[in-house]
Write a protein that binds this ligand. Structure first.
Ligand SMILES: *Cc1c(COP(=O)(O)O)cnc(C)c1O
Length: 364
C-alpha cells in the first residue's frame, strides 16, 4: 500500500487496483518493446490488436460468455446505451418493459420513450427506491421487444441478486450492469444484452462494454446513426473508428488482475466478506442505519445515514481528514454511501468501520 494514497469510496470514477496502476506506470513510456505508450500507438497496429483481443478473451473467460454473444468496446457511457438499446431492439412492437429501480433505470426508460414506448411495469419510487419491486412474471407483457433492468442501483444501494434475475421467457432481458459487473457471478444466458460503463468496476471512464447475443444485431431502426448501430461495431471487432484505446488497455490490466485474484468466484467471496463486515456493523450500530431491504442489498454501494443531516455532513468531513474520501451520498438522497468495488481492499472497509465506531462513540 502506497502511503500517499487515500481510501477512495467514490461511486465512479472509482478506485482501481494499486497493482494495476503500478503496471500501467511501468509500461507508460514503452509498452512491450513497442518504443511508445499505449496512448500513442495506432489502433490498427499488431501490438494494439493483441491488447484489445486479450481484453475480450479475459472478459469472456471471467464471465463465462458463450460464443454466440459478441463483446463490444464502445464509447458514450452507459447513458448512450439508454438510446442504443431501443434504437437497435425496437424491431417489432416498438415497446419494451422497464423496471424502475432508481434514477438510472428511469433515465433509461425516458430515453426509450423517444423511439417507442417504455412501459414501466413496476417501480419502487414511492419507497425512495429502498428495495427491488417483487415481480410476478404472469403480469409481464408479451407484446414487447425487450425487458430492461438495472442490476445494481448505484445511488440507492440495491441489487438484483443472481437468484432474483427475472425470468422473462422468450422476451430478451437487457441488464444495465454498470455498477456491479464482475462483482459476483451472474448467468449470462439469462440476458440477451448486458451493458456497463467501465468507470465503476472495470477501469477508467471512456469505454462502455456491451455483451450482446448475435441474433439481436443487424435490426436497427432506419434512423439509427451508424455509430449507434451494434452491427457497425460487431462487424469491425470494435475497430470501426478509433476506440478508447487506453481505457481498453486499462480494462485488460484489471481483467488480468481479477484472474490473478482467482476469478469471479474469489472476488465474489471477497466482496461478500467486505459488504458483510460493513452491513453487520451498521445493523448493530445505534447511530447508523442502512435504509435498504435486507434481501436487496448491494454488495458494491452501501448507503447509511444517521438521521441527522448535520451529523452526516460532519461524518463525511472528518472521514476525509482521515483519508477515507468520497463518502457523501448522492445529491438526490443525501446521507453517506461507501462504494466498495472490487478494487477496494478489505483494509479500506476495516478502516472505515473503525472510524464509524469512533464517531459513534463520540455522538451517542
Ligand atoms: C453510472 C451509471 C450510469 C451512467 O453511466 P455513464 O457511463 O456515466 O453514462 C448508468 N447506469 C448505472 C447503473 C450507473 O451506475
Amino acid at each position: 500500500m502506497n502511503n500517499d494514497r487515500v481510501f477512495n469510496f467514490s461511486a465512479g470514477p472509482s478506485v482501481l487496483p494499486e497493482e494495476v496502476l503500478s503496471i500501467a506506470a511501468k509500461e507508460m513510456l514503452n509498452y512491450n518493446n513497442s518504443g511508445m505508450s499505449v496512448m500513442e500507438m495506432s489502433h490498427r497496429s499488431k501490438v494494439y490488436e493483441s491488447i484489445i483481443s486479450d481484453a475480450e478473451k479475459h472478459l469472456r473467460s471471467l464471465m463465462n460468455i458463450p460464443d454466440h454473444y459478441k463483446v463490444l468496446f464502445l464509447q458514450g457511457g452507459a447513458s448512450t446505451q439508454f438510446a442504443m438499446v431501443p434504437l437497435n431492439l425496437f424491431t417489432k412492437y416498438k415497446r419494451a418493459s422497464y423496471i424502475d429501480t432508481g434514477s438510472w433505470a428511469s433515465k433509461a426508460a425516458k430515453e426509450a420513450n423517444k423511439y417507442g414506448e417504455a412501459v414501466v411495469i413496476a417501480s419502487s419510487k414511492e419507497d425512495n427506491y429502498s428495495h427491488i419491486p417483487k415481480l410476478d412474471p404472469s403480469i409481464f407483457p408479451k407484446d414487447v421487444d425487450y425487458f430492461h433492468i438495472t442490476t445494481n442501483n448505484t445511488i440507492y444501494g440495491t441489487r438484483y441478486t443472481p437468484e432474483n434475475i427475472p425470468d422473462t421467457g422468450s422476451t430478451p432481458l437487457i441488464g444495465d450492469m454498470s455498477s456491479n459487473i464482475l462483482s459476483e457471478y451472474y448467468d449470462i444466458n439469462k440476458f440477451s444484452l448486458i451493458y456497463a460503463g467501465a468507470q465503476k468496476n472495470m477501469g477508467p471512464a471512456g469505454v462502455t462494454i456491451v455483451i450482446i447475443k448475435e441474433e439481436l444485431i443487424g435490426h436497427a431502426m432506419d434512423i439509427t446513426p451508424t455509430m449507434l448501430d451494434y452491427k457497425t461495431h460487431a462487424d469491425n471487432d470494435s475497430l470501426y473508428n478509433t476506440p478508447p484505446c487506453y481505457s481498453i488497455y486499462m480494462c485488460k490490466l484489471v481483467f488480468e488482475w481479477l484472474i490473478k485474484q482467482g476469478g469471479l468466484a474469489a472476488i465474489e467471496e471477497k466482496n461478500k466478506y467486505k459488504a458483510n463486515l460493513l452491513y453487520s456493523y451498521i445493523d448493530n450500530s445505534t447511530l447508523f442505519k442502512n435504509p435498504v431491504a435486507v434481501e436487496d442489498r448491494s454488495l458494491m454501494n452501501i448507503t447509511f445515514i444517521t438521521g441527522n443531516q448535520e451529523l452526516d455532513a460532519s461524518f463525511v468531513k472528518e472521514a476525509a481528514q482521515k483519508g477515507l474520501v468520497n463518502l457523501k451520498g448522492h445529491r438526490s438522497v443525501g446521507g453517506m454511501r461507501a462504494s466498495i468495488y472490487n478494487a477496494m481492499p478489505v483494509e479500506g472497509v476495516e478502516k472505515l468501520i473503525a472510524f464509524m465506531k469512533e464517531f459513534e462513540a463520540k455522538h451517542k
